[in-house]
Design a protein around this ligand. Structure first.
Ligand SMILES: [Zn+2]
Ligand SMILES: [Zn+2]
Length: 251
């Protein structure tokens, strides 16, 4: 199995002891894990923690421009550090968000050095007390736009919206179709249980969309754990052999 989504202590929300060395050891010792893509948060690379957690940059991308040089230097040294572990199966990725103007939280000059670029929704600048229809509309617009930014994988595609209210199969299909037309893979993310994951897997198989498997590990206790993935695949009445698995290419 290739873990296409894992964090190190470069991300503010991850355990301090979680380093690339830990993943190198995992690949070496765990026969189930063939490689790990380290996909730390773009927001943790580009912003100091207080700014990152304020989410202000999502609706004001000038904040990104102000921090761009600082973030680029951090990303440069982060990638140099990760490069030492490539031979051991620890590979470079990044998990980014989309800002209001459609730009991602990564300087475009780095895109071809990131083997897997995951685009995720963690926060939307909308009033969650609003009418469900409006929330759904805003989320859909944002997600479809994100799918078309050149990302490789849509990270935990339905986590945010499922945290607001239940999501229908028709909505799942609509997003999987958008991913298909943009040649983007859908992620099966093991960090939280998401009720639509079964529907998503079945739609991906039906429409021939690749599935990216990620633990989204934030702690040493979570690394290399694919229990949720296997359980969800089986709940969907599928097996690994039925699913087109996404495998990142070196860029
Ligand atoms: Zn995420
Ligand atoms: Zn993540």
């Amino acid at each position: 199995m290739i873990d296409c989504h894992a964090h190190t202590n470069m991300s503010y929300c991850a355990e301090k002891a979680l380093t690339p060395e830990i993943y190198a050891d995992l690949v070496k010792t765990d026969t189930e894990v063939d490689a790990v893509y380290v996909t730390d948060h773009g927001m943790a690379v580009y912003f100091p923690s207080e700014m990152a957690w304020s989410w202000q940059y999502i609706s004001d991308s000038r904040i990104f421009d102000e921090h761009r040089d600082w973030g680029n230097a951090r990303l440069e040294s982060h990638l140099a550090n990760l490069a030492k572990f490539r031979i051991q199966g620890v590979l470079p990725g990044l998990e980014v968000e989309m800002m209001h103007d459609g730009r991602l939280t990564i300087d475009d000059s780095f895109r071809d050095r990131i083997d897997i670029l995951i685009g995720s929704v963690h926060y939307l600048p909308i009033d969650i007390e609003e009418d469900r229809k409006l929330i759904l509309k805003d989320w859909k617009t944002h997600t479809k736009r994100l799918i078309n930014t050149g990302i490789d994988v849509l990270g935990h595609p339905f986590r945010w919206i499922n945290n607001q209210f239940p999501v229908t199969r028709a909505i799942v299909r609509e997003i999987v179709k958008e991913a298909k037309s943009a040649r983007v893979s859908m992620e099966l993310n093991g960090h939280y249980v998401v009720p639509t994951d079964v529907d998503m897997l079945q739609e991906c198989v039906d429409l021939g969309v690749p599935v990216s498997i990620g633990t989204d590990a934030h702690a040493i206790s979570e690394i290399g754990n694919f229990a949720y993935h296997f359980q969800t695949i089986s709940l969907a009445g599928l097996s690994l052999a039925n699913i087109k698995l996404y495998s990142p290419k070196r860029k």
